[in-house]
Write a protein that binds this ligand. Sequence first.
Ligand SMILES: C[S@@+](CC[C@H](N)C(=O)[O-])C[C@H]1O[C@@H](n2cnc3c(N)ncnc32)[C@H](O)[C@@H]1O
Length: 232
Amino acid sequence: MFKSVITPEMHYDDWAQQYDSDVMGWGYHAPDRVFDKIKPFLKAHPGQAKILDVGIGTGILSRKCRALKRDIHVSGVDISSKMLDVCAQRKVADNLHRVDVSKDRFPFEDGQFDIVAAAGLMENVDNARNAIEEMVRVTRPGGLVAFTYMPTTRHPLREKLAKKLRPGRTREGRFVMGDLNLFRHNPEGIKTMARVAGAKTLSVDRFVGYRTYVVVTVDYDLFAGHKIKGLQ
Ligand SMILES: C[S@@+](CC[C@H](N)C(=O)[O-])C[C@H]1O[C@@H](n2cnc3c(N)ncnc32)[C@H](O)[C@@H]1O
């Protein structure tokens, strides 16, 4: 496979300032769908829910959670320090850490969070296993893990277009497409990795993540699972 020389860190660092206005204009639905999934769980939580937003970016998902329930505790991790800077300015998270989910251990103890969620992260991540293991590890037994990923497709053209039409911005603010690798994940593989890490699958829902401006839709899957009780 052709390897882009642009890393996700560079890509999102360059895009950070214009990210929110761009994705809002393009009808990017991943944070909305993840929020819909975690909403009942968050509403039903009796005390101060602890949430970890993985690949938090500028904090779009966590902002929705706070709008629903003010009294929550939000932690966020991301590889891009510029995205984290924008997120910090928005004051949605109680703490933020720079983490590469494809290889780093998250800076949290086991079983700390009621909800661990990620929107729009996994398509940037080749090694989903580390990310999933860490997400499940830091979730409390009975807690919820929910994340989106781009599923593998049997349509080579769709595959090619999704990669070529991947949007972003240069440091100077110029619009660019297709400068970043895109990693798809097999739905069965995702469920297996989650199970091995200690999470029981609740649901996998397919949805249109966004529409590129040339009519091509980009599908996402939303995985939701419970950390198995009895596991620490
Ligand atoms: C499409 S944005 C999604 C941001 C936010 N979750 C949202 O839905 O708006 C992808 C985010 O994942 C982060 N990211 C990409 N690769 C990562 C990695 N290996 N480790 C941690 N974060 C990563 C990027 O920096 C970026 O903030």
